[in-house]
Design a protein around this ligand. Structure first.
Ligand code: FES
Ligand code: FES
Length: 190
């Protein structure tokens, strides 16, 4: 019996490309920080390597390259992911956002500003990943206490141990966001 064919027959429907690609370089269409990019990549290339080495977006850092440090954190379709564990080719048709893409109109993102104000870094190597994770954490809306912030940021390691200042920066943005939300709620119900 052809077990491979049997497995395909029972798989959920998937949107397979009409032409097999790889293992050599193949054109890969990405959208990064709102800009369409077409790069030639082997399908095995990680999103992190594509960003850093092909698109010259070096803000995302390579700490461990095996999913344990969080320095490479970016958003794919607004969800935080580890770029070192994500294949670039798997991001076709999705929006990738890096640390270079979160500030707007020449202004720092509020989380970037809070990290500066709270001196939430020393060497800075982990910082872009910390900020991306922190922005996601605020958007996820599940952290309220310091303990919850620590838990939900536990995938981002800081070898300089700037954790108290990182948490203070995140708390400030969380509180500002909660304040803005409750003001909006009270205006809506007034
Ligand atoms: Fe991706 Fe460390 S470089 S988790
Ligand atoms: Fe140095 Fe975090 S500031 S690793």
């Amino acid at each position: 019996m052809d077990t491979k064919a049997a497995r395909y027959e029972t798989a959920d429907p998937v949107d397979l490309p009409s032409v097999a690609r790889g293992p050599s370089g193949t054109p890969v269409a990405l959208s990064v920080n709102g800009t369409a990019q077409l790069v030639e990549l082997e399908p095995r290339v990680s999103l992190l390597d594509a960003l850093r080495e092909r698109l010259e977006l070096t803000g995302s850092k390579k700490g461990c390259d095996q999913g344990t440090c969080g320095a490479c954190t970016v958003f794919v379709d607004d969800k935080r992911v580890l770029a070192c564990l994500t294949l670039a080719i798997a991001c076709e048709g999705r929006e990738v956002t890096t640390i270079e893409g979160i500030a707007g109109d020449g202004e720092l993102h509020p989380m970037q500003r809070a990290f500066v104000d709270h001196d939430a870094f020393q060497c800075g190597y982990c910082t872009s990943g910390q900020i991306m994770s922190a922005v996601a954490l605020v958007g996820e809306g599940t952290a309220r206490t310091d303990e919850e912030i620590a838990e939900l940021m536990s995938g981002n390691i800081c070898r300089c141990a700037a954790y108290p200042n990182i948490r203070a920066a995140i708390r400030e943005v969380l509180e500002a966001t909660a304040g803005a939300t409750s003001e909006g709620d009270s205006r809506a119900t007034a």
